[in-house]
Design a protein around this ligand. Structure first.
Ligand code: GDD
Ligand code: MN
Length: 375
């Protein structure tokens, strides 16, 4: 490659970039301005940049960030369109910076930005790979949470112990800094699901990381609203399962199978009601019960397993049709394999289970491709 004289860009005169702050944002218009001000005060003396990662804010956050970024080159913006997810947003922020040390902070001012320089120096000057803001050690606290939320958070934290290689007092924290090379090295192993990126990182590293924990008090939100909904618990369980057994079975297949087992119960219930209570003929009862169970399976998978590609309106109807078609072939595979094994003198239940397992895997693969195709 041809040698590019550095002088051309006069980079030798500038102090190199030392630190990046990633801020995931979704509708935080009234928070980003004050946050930026807080950050620039806290980081005086350090060469920094801030990377906002927006997932389609509709409240004017993007326009505001663009106008701030036009005037201050330390302010950068990554926009993702048609995407959601705190963890993946943070990962893409990391990929967009070349700063050697990178931090993550919420965009709603609930994290104490005054910890940022401490985090930076702990990694730059000492031998730490990671510095983590904690609410559960030293003088840290969760601020004004009610006791129910504290209990739920403590319980979730204790579950995290199942997958952590580095013991942490606050693995659910979304506030931390890390050497960029450490983080980038782990990206291929990350589950990238849900919103617990820190837990994902410490569970993905094969060896314990050298971390320092810095206490802070979690502040109360003063503007905008929280984005985390009921799905957060499900996403957390998915992340834990992916870390524990994801290497062997995809978590989505496990969910699909669990819903399938529930669907079988629905099927039998419907069949017995139609047959025994309403006195409908067996063939008709069986057909209706099968259809009922398919609607049940389709609806739950649409709601949970494939919620990131959820079908609505007319697409819901065509989705149901393609789901039923795909599962029809699954039933053929199921009966075919089951009969084959039974003929080879497998016991009836083992042959039946093997057939059902093959049918379920087929259904999962076929409907992922046909019904909930990635766009
Ligand atoms: N880009 C992007 N995409 N940003 C998002 C998304 C998303 O899908 N969902 C939330 N955000 C942004 C919000 O705008 C906010 O800046 C930040 O992520 C945190 O979201 P909140 O909705 O305020 O979450 P929280 O306060 O309940 O929980 C947060 O704080 C905890 C304590 O530190 C999260 O960051 C947790 O991960 C963290 O543990
Ligand atoms: Mn928040």
């Amino acid at each position: 490659m041809e040698h590019i004289p550095l002088k051309l860009f006069s980079v030798d005169e500038a102090k190199p970039l030392e630190f990046a702050v990633i801020v995931p944002v979704l509708n935080e218009r009234d928070n980003v301005g004050p946050l930026l001000q807080d950050i620039s005060i806290a980081l005086a003396g350090i060469e920094w940049e801030v990377v906002f990662v927006d997932d389609g804010s509709t409240d004017g956050t993007i326009e505001l960030l663009e106008s701030l970024a036009l005037r201050d080159q330390r302010v950068r913006l990554v926009r993702r369109i048609g995407r959601r997810g705190l963890s993946s947003a943070v990962i893409e922020g990391f990929l967009a910076t070349v700063a050697p040390i990178v931090s993550v902070i919420d965009g709603d001012r609930q994290h104490d930005e005054r910890l940022l320089p401490e985090m930076f120096h702990a990694i730059a000057a000492k031998d730490f790979q990671m510095a983590i803001g904690t609410r559960y050690a030293g003088g840290g606290s969760v601020g004004q949470w009610d006791s129910a939320r504290v209990r739920i958070s403590k319980f979730a934290t204790s579950l995290a112990g199942l997958v952590m290689k580095t013991p942490l007092s606050d693995p659910m924290s979304g506030f931390f800094a890390v050497r960029r090379e450490t983080f980038i090295g782990l990206v291929p192993q990350l589950s990238k699901m849900g919103y617990k990126i820190l837990l994902d990182v410490v569970a993905s590293s094969k060896t314990p990381l050298r971390v320092v924990e810095l206490p802070y008090e979690f502040r109360t939100r003063t503007a905008g609203e929280s984005k985390l909904d009921n799905m957060v618990a499900l996403e957390y369980v998915e992340l834990l399962l992916d870390k524990i057994i994801g290497k062997y079975i995809p978590v989505k297949l496990l969910m699909f199978g669990t819903i399938g087992v529930m669907g079988a119960v629905i099927h039998l219930t419907l069949l017995s009601m139609l047959l025994n209570v309403s006195g409908v003929a067996f063939a008709t009862s069986q057909a209706l019960a099968t259809f009922g169970a398919m609607i049940f399976n389709f609806t739950l998978n649409n709601e949970f397993t494939h919620r990131d590609r959820k079908l609505r309106g007319p697409k819901w109807v065509t989705g149901l049709v393609s789901f039923c078609l795909a599962c029809g072939f699954g039933a053929v595979a199921n009966v075919g394999l089951g009969s084959l094994l039974f003929a080879q003198s497998w016991s009836w239940w083992a042959a039946g289970l093997a057939g059902a397992a093959i049918g379920s895997v087929w259904n999962y693969v076929a409907t992922s491709w046909l019904t909930w195709r990635k766009r």
